[in-house]
Design a protein around this ligand. Structure first.
Ligand code: NAD
Length: 467
C-alpha cells in the first residue's frame, strides 16, 4: 500500500461516515459538509516531514552521507509516536505511509498517541557496532528539537532494537540536560527503564489477534448470524480451521520474516495449547525453509538469536539438527498452508502474485504486506485478512505501559505487561470483528479504519479544529 492508497481509503471511509446520519447527528446540512471536508483534509495531510543527512565515518575511514527521516502525520489523539526503521529501502513515501498507519493504529486501539515514523537508509548488518552507535546518536542530534516525551516518542522497528533505543535515549539526555528524558524513547532495555516483555509484545499481539478471531470469536458465532456472501465464506474459512483442529489434524502455518515479530509469532503458534499448529515454512531475507512434517521452531529461534539470520545451507541445518528444504525467500507466500503470518516487509502479496496464494487466513505482522488490489481480491475470495493496524499493535500497547512507568518510576512485572496487552488486544478485536461480521461492512481493514476515523474525527470536532 502506498501513502496515496492509504489516503484514498481514508477519503472513502470519511465519505461513508458523512453519509451515516447516526454519527454526529447534531451536525447536518452545510455545516456537516464543511466539517467533513475539513476533517478529511486534515487527516489526509501530513503535519511535518523532516529530512536530514547523517554523516558517519566508517571503520575504513571513509565518510558516508546517509539520508534520514522523521515524519509526523497527526497528533490530535496525543503525542506523535512511531518506530525508527534502519533499512536500505527506506524512502520518504514509505516513512510517510507508515506514519499515517500509526495515527490510525493508535486511534483504533484508543491509545493516547498520534502517528509518526522514522527511517534511516542503511543496511544494519553491513555496519559495525561502533558505526551503528554513531548513526543512532547522530539521528538524535539531527531530530532532537522534534523529539521528546511529551512531543514525539520513537521506538524500535525493522533493523533497530533495544540497544539502539538505549543509545538514543542516552544521546537525548546529553542534548537536553536536566529535562525528563526516559519517556522520550520506548522499546529500551529493561535495565534502562524498558518494559518487561516489550521485545516479544508485537509478535505476541499478532498471534493473539489471530487466536482471538479463529478460536474465541469464531467458536461462538453461527453462520446464520452473519450476513450472506463474503462474510459467510470468511466465517466458513475460520470454522474450517477450527474443525481441523478439533478433528486432531494440525493447522498448517507459514511465517514470512523471522525477526523480532515473526519469530515470536512462530513460537506462539508452535507452542499454543488452544490451537495445534504445524509450522511448515519460515523465511527471512535470504531463504525459505520448508518441511511439510513441521519445522523445529525452537532450534531455528536459537540459531536466529545467535546469528541474526536463518541457516542458509544444508550443512548449517544439519549442524543444528533441523530438517528442511532450502528455497528462495520469495517462495514462502506460495506455500499450501491454512494460515500465513506476514512479518517481513511491505508489498509481498500484490496484484502480480495474488492468484498464486493458497492460504485462507492472513495475519499482517508487518505493515502493509498486502497491496490494495491483492487485498480486495483476497476479500472477494472469502479469505480472512487481519490487517496491520489491528494485528501488530502489541508493541505500541506495551510502549504505552513503558512510557507510563517511566513517568512514575515503577516497573510493571512481565505478567502485568502481557496481561494488559492481551486484554487490550482482545477488546480491540471484539470491537472490530463484531462490527465487521455482524454489520456486514466491506472488509476488516475498512472496519478498522472506520473505528479509527470516528475517534480522530470526534477529537478534531471536540477540539474545535473543523472550520
Ligand atoms: P526485524 O528486523 O527484527 O526482522 C525482519 C525480518 O524480516 C528479518 O528476519 C529479515 O531477514 C526478514 N526479511 C526482510 N526482507 C524480507 C523479504 N523480502 N522476505 C522475507 N523476509 C524478509 O524486524 P521486526 O521488528 O520483526 O519487524 C518486521 C515487520 O513488523 C516490519 O514491517 C515492521 O514495520 C513491523 N512491525 C514491527 C514492530 C516492532 O515492534 N518491532 C511493531 C509493528 C510493526
Amino acid at each position: 500500500m502506498t501513502v496515496k492508497d492509504t489516503q484514498m481509503l481514508i477519503k472513502d471511509m470519511m465519505k461513508r461516515l458523512y453519509e451515516d446520519d447516526t454519527f454526529l447527528p447534531e451536525e447536518n446540512g452545510d455545516a456537516r459538509e464543511r466539517f467533513f471536508q475539513s476533517g478529511t483534509e486534515i487527516l489526509t495531510t501530513t503535519d511535518k516531514v523532516i529530512k536530514s543527512y547523517i554523516r558517519v565515518s566508517r571503520d575504513n575511514r571513509e565518510i558516508e552521507r546517509i539520508p534520514a527521516y522523521r515524519v509526523q502525520h497527526n497528533n490530535i489523539a496525543g503525542f506523535y509516536k512511531g518506530g525508527i526503521r534502519f533499512n536500505e529501502h527506506v524512502n520518504e513515501e514509505e516513512v510517510e505511509n507508515l506514519a499515517v498507519l500509526m495515527t490510525l493504529k493508535n486511534a483504533l486501539h484508543d491509545l493516547p498517541y498520534g502517528g509518526a515514523k522514522g527511517g534511516v537508509v542503511v543496511s544494519p548488518n553491513q555496519y559495525s557496532t561502533r558505526e551503528l552507535n554513531m548513526i543512532s546518536k547522530k539521528y538524535v542530534q539531527r531530530f532532537a528539537p522534534d523529539i521528546g516525551p511529551t512531543h514525539d516518542i520513537p521506538a524500535p522497528d525493522m533493523g533497530t532494537n533495544e540497544e539502539t533505543m538505549d543509545w538514543m535515549v542516552g544521546e537525548f539526555k546529553t542534548i537536553h540536560p536536566g529535562n525528563n528524558y526516559m519517556g522520550a524513547f520506548t522499546g529500551k532495555s529493561v535495565a534502562n527503564g524498558g518494559a518487561q516483555g516489550r521485545r516479544e509484545a508485537t509478535g505476541r499481539g499478532v498471534y493473539h489477534s489471530y487466536l482471538w478471531l479463529a478460536d474465541s470469536w469464531a467458536s461462538n458465532v453461527k453462520e446464520e448470524e452473519v450476513p450472506e456472501g463474503v462474510h459467510r465464506q470468511q466465517l466458513r474459512s475460520l470454522h474450517r480451521v477450527r474443525n481441523k483442529n478439533e478433528s486432531g489434524e494440525p493447522i498448517t502455518a507459514a511465517v514470512q520474516g523471522f525477526g523480532n515479530v515473526g519469530s515470536v509469532a512462530a513460537q506462539m503458534a508452535d507452542s499454543c495449547s488452544r490451537l495445534n499448529h504445524r509450522i511448515t515454512a519460515v523465511s527471512d531475507h535470504q531463504v525459505t525453509l520448508v518441511n511439510e512434517s513441521g519445522l523445529d521452531v525452537d532450534r531455528l529461534i536459537k540459531y536466529q538469536e545467535k546469528h541474526r539470520e536463518l541457516p542458509v545451507s544444508e550443512e548449517l541445518l544439519s549442524r543444528i539438527g533441523v530438517k528442511a528444504d532450502i528455497l528462495p525467500p520469495e517462495e514462502l507466500v506460495y506455500q499450501k498452508v491454512d494460515v500465513l503470518f506476514l512479518a517481513a516487509v511491505e508489498d509481498q502479496i500484490t496484484a502480480d502474485n495474488k492468484e498464486l496464494i493458497h492460504a485462507d487466513i492472513f495475519v499482517e505482522g508487518a505493515n502493509a504486506p498486502i497491496d490494495k488490489e491483492a487485498d480486495r481480491y483476497l476479500h472477494e475470495q472469502g479469505k480472512v485478512v487481519i490487517p496491520d493496524v489491528l494485528a501488530n499493535a502489541g508493541g505500541v500497547m506495551v510502549s504505552y505501559i513503558e512510557w507510563k512507568q517511566d513517568r512514575v518510576t515503577y516497573l510493571y512485572s512481565e505478567e502485568e505487561v502481557l496481561k494488559d496487552m492481551t486484554d487490550h488486544m482482545s477488546k480491540s478485536c471484539e470491537k472490530v470483528f463484531d462490527s465487521y461480521f455482524r454489520e456486514g461492512l466491506s472488509g476488516i481493514r475498512n472496519t478498522c479504519y472506520m473505528h479509527a476515523l470516528k475517534r480522530l474525527f470526534t477529537l478534531l470536532y471536540r477540539h474545535g479544529k473543523l472550520f
